[in-house]
Every structure is written in structure tokens, then in C-alpha cells.
Design a protein around this ligand. Structure first.
Ligand code: MRU
Length: 333
């Protein structure tokens, strides 16, 4: 069983520290907004929906410390990671409750905020299960799947988006013959998290280096590529972990359906195209440090964009908790 990614303990946020996986199961107790912000920045908690949920509980922690300082706390949480729009969506929901309940005494104010954070959390799990059923219907009776990064229970409130579809398909009696997990350089969310999460739940999972996907597609029947997303523009262009775009191009060449699974909270209807999505660039050290402890020499520069944008034209369907969208996409309304 995969432990809960985030849980409210009554006076703190308990976070499964994903940096320690798969070797160790370690939990962090976040007792301040700074703790929550640090957990998000360092990827102790990661994955677009899980970031939003953690930030929502972070607002509760801030309000308990000093409700008059709430806007600063929200600002601090919003400054953690730029690409996953679920973060700003969740903070927006929390801010709206704080404004609506501004005249309430502390105990009621805090209970309303906690209720909202809990709702964001539980709606995510329920939504993933609905998304899972819609996505499962897209798969053949026996399916071999390729995925990238981690869009599973670890990246969400539970069940997962892309990996939730596999769980739901299995529950519906379909056979997930094998899942290939891209290792997902540089932070190895596929090799460390997806492989562990799927193996914990009894799936047959095989890790490949990111560069092996094209060869795999040419050699072995892959029924679908399914990945998550961090932000989807109004025209359907979708930002996800770096390497996703290349995978979509390969899938198109090999005529393999490429599916995005994401909740409605991942849509950014204010952006008309994917080129407007802010792409996080992380520190060089993540790329410089190589497997086995070797390093890219310090004199050589490295570049570390954490996400890329897959053009809508390469996406066969976008699966959400409300159903399956097919091209041409228009999420402007
Ligand atoms: O940098 P990360 O690990 O937060 O990136 C996560 C991804 O790219 C996921 O695919 C995405 O957030 C969807 S999670 C359901």
C-alpha cells in the first residue's frame, strides 16, 4: 500500500518525504508556512494536485499562527513553484474563504479554512476515481502502457491521475499487462516513485531510461502513453515534466495514442496557448549530479528546465474527472 502523500494531523501537516523514496519511508511534520513552502520547493511533496493540497493546508497553518498575516503566507506559498497551476487554484480557493469569513471569530474562521483545505484534498481523490473510470474505458482489454514522471497516488490526494487510470482499469477487470516507466531525468520520479508505487500495488512495472522510449515503441506493442499535466492552456497545449513533449512526438510517429490525465484544476483558461505557461527552471546541481556520484565538470554549463509543453495536436485525448475531451480542444469558456 502507498502511504498517504499528505495528511492533516490536527495541528500540523504530515508529508510523506518523496526525496527519501524508495529506500526509506520518512514523514515530515510541517508546523509552519516556511516548513510547507520548503517541502514544496525541495520536492518532498510534488506533483501538481499534491502541491495544491499541501499549500491549502499551509494556509491553515498560517492562519493558526497569525490570521492578519494571511496574505503574506499565501504569497510565500505561491512563490514555491511556478508551473503547476493547481497551486494557485488551491490558494485562490483558500483566499476566497478567508475573505468570505473575515468577520468571523478565530475558531470559526480557522474551522472554515480547514474545511476548505479538507475539501480540496477529498475532492481530488474522488475526482481521480471518476477520471480513472473515464480513462479505463479508453484502454483495450489487455494493455501495455508507457508513462513518464509520476502522476500517481504520490502526486495527488490519492489514486492518481495517469496511474489512477491503470488502477481503475484493473478494478474494472482489464489486464494491465505491463507498465513501462521512464526514469525521468534528472530527479528520477519515474525510476524512484512510479516504479515503487506501481510495484507496491502489484503492477508489473519495468523502468527504462528516457532515451529508450523510441526504441521500445518500435520493438514492443505499446497500447497507450498516459501522463499527467501541470498546466493545460485553453487550446489544449499541456505542460508536464521535461521529456513529455519528446515522448508525444515519438508516440505520434509510432501511431500510439498519447493521453493526458488531469483534473479540471490543472486547466488555465486564462492562457490561450502553451507558450504562455511559465516553465520552472531549477538549479544546475540536479543535472550536474550524475548516477553513481559522477559530476558534469563545473566548467561546463548545464540547463535544467523542469517542464516542457506538448502541443495539443499531439494529444489524442485529455481525461478529466468530468469526462474525456477530444480534439479540437477549446477550454476558453
Ligand atoms: O516536478 P514534479 O515531480 O512536481 O513534476 C510532476 C509532474 O510533472 C507530474 O506529471 C504532474 O504534476 C502531474 S501529477 C498528477
Amino acid at each position: 500500500m502507498v502511504p498517504e502523500t499528505v495528511a492533516w494531523t490536527g495541528d500540523s501537516l504530515r508529508v510523506l518525504d518523496q526525496r527519501a523514496l524508495p529506500e526509506e519511508i520518512v514523514f515530515l511534520e510541517c508546523r509552519s508556512v516556511a516548513d510547507v513552502a520548503e517541502a514544496i520547493c525541495t520536492l518532498a511533496v510534488r506533483g501538481a494536485p499534491a502541491i495544491g493540497i499541501a499549500a491549502a493546508y499551509g494556509v491553515v497553518i498560517g492562519a493558526r499562527a497569525d490570521r492578519r498575516n494571511l496574505e503574506n503566507f499565501i504569497y510565500q506559498l505561491a512563490a514555491t513553484r511556478p508551473t503547476a497551476v493547481n497551486l494557485f487554484w488551491a490558494l485562490g480557493r483558500m483566499r476566497a474563504v478567508a475573505e468570505r469569513e473575515a468577520e468571523e471569530p478565530d475558531d470559526i474562521f480557522l474551522s472554515r479554512l480547514l474545511f476548505e483545505a479538507g475539501s480540496i484534498h477529498h475532492e481530488d481523490v474522488a475526482g481521480n476515481k471518476r477520471m480513472g473510470s473515464f480513462g479505463a474505458a479508453l484502454l483495450p482489454q489487455q494493455a501495455t502502457i508507457l508513462t513518464h514522471c509520476n502522476a500517481g497516488a504520490l502526486a495527488t490526494g490519492g489514486h492518481g491521475t495517469a496511474l489512477g487510470i491503470l488502477r481503475s482499469a484493473r478494478e474494472a477487470g482489464k489486464e494491465i499487462v505491463k507498465v513501462y516507466a521512464d526514469e525521468t531525468r534528472p530527479l528520477l520520479q519515474g525510476a524512484r516513485l512510479t516504479a515503487w508505487e506501481l510495484a507496491e500495488d502489484g503492477f508489473d512495472v519495468t523502468v527504462i531510461c528516457d532515451s529508450m522510449a523510441g526504441y521500445l515503441m518500435g520493438k514492443q506493442k505499446i497500447d497507450a502513453v498516459i501522463v499527467g499535466a501541470d498546466r493545460i492552456a485553453a487550446n489544449g497545449d499541456a505542460a508536464n515534466k521535461i521529456g513529455t513533449y519528446g515522448l508525444a512526438v515519438l508516440a505520434a510517429y509510432h501511431k500510439i495514442p498519447f493521453y493526458i490525465a488531469a483534473p479540471e484544476s490543472t486547466f488555465d483558461r486564462s492562457l490561450s496557448e502553451g507558450c504562455e505557461i511559465p516553465i520552472e527552471e531549477r538549479g544546475a546541481e540536479e543535472v550536474r549530479l550524475l548516477p553513481g556520484g559522477k559530476r558534469v565538470p563545473e566548467a561546463i554549463s548545464v540547463w535544467n528546465p523542469a517542464f516542457d509543453v506538448t502541443p495539443a495536436a499531439l494529444i489524442a485525448a485529455i481525461v478529466t474527472e468530468n469526462g474525456v475531451y477530444r480534439p479540437p480542444y477549446d477550454f476558453s469558456k
